[in-house]
Design a protein around this ligand. Structure first.
Ligand SMILES: [Zn+2]
Length: 203
């Protein structure tokens, strides 16, 4: 099987794991629920062709499926909007739409499903174990299938000791102005750093 990438470019949080039992039509959660932390644009998990749009019922809200080269089909549900057309080719960098809360959703999240050999909703009273065509998206992405897990972010926002020391040095030497310690530097600030280095090394 081809490797699958997370459907977000930025940080993402698991809001509901795959496979837990509950009040769904088949009795268990067929997909994985993800919430974008910041960027809410949804991308395909692999390159492919847009197989269907809003073809699998109103509970999914605005939804898209993508057929991949290995015969698997991925489904992206509850989208706020859809930015692809049926039959269109998509790559890992083609936005499919935006995370939303359309259909049967209590808050903004992406519900993603991955089915081997095409979409097929599991029968009533089934289990993940006897529906082997339904793949565990967390496993496909190589992440932990657990509520609250955040991917793509360090455990704390605290800078390392090295970064703190460097920041203090830049402030003391008036290379940076000492504001916004946790933000990215601006192009002007980068120019100031480069300028200071050039002066330091005698241009
Ligand atoms: Zn879900």
């Amino acid at each position: 099987m081809i490797p699958y990438k997370l459907p977000y470019k930025g940080k993402v949080k698991i809001s509901l794991p795959f496979g837990i039992s509950g009040s769904w039509a088949c009795g268990w959660h067929v997909g994985l629920d993800l919430v974008g932390v910041g960027n809410k644009t949804i991308y395909p998990v692999a390159a492919g062709t847009v197989k269907s749009i809003n073809a699998h019922g109103a509970s999914y809200g605005n939804h898209v499926t993508v057929l991949h080269g290995d015969g698997t089909e991925s489904l992206y549900a509850h989208l706020a909007n859809i930015s692809v057309k049926k039959g269109g080719m998509v790559t890992l960098d083609s936005p499919i739409g935006t995370e939303g809360a359309t259909g049967n959703a209590s808050g903004s999240h992406l519900h993603i499903e991955i089915h081997r050999n095409g979409y097929r909703y599991p029968p009533k009273k089934s289990t993940p174990a006897n529906c082997t065509w339904v793949l565990n998206p967390a496993q496909m992405f190589g992440i932990e299938n657990k509520k609250g897990v955040v991917i793509g972010m360090a455990k704390t926002n605290e800078p390392s000791a090295w970064a703190k020391e460097a920041w203090q040095w830049a402030k003391d030497n008036k290379i940076l102005d000492g504001t916004r310690p946790k933000d990215n530097i601006t192009r002007e600030e980068l120019a100031a750093v480069a300028w200071s280095l050039a002066l330091m090394f005698g241009k």
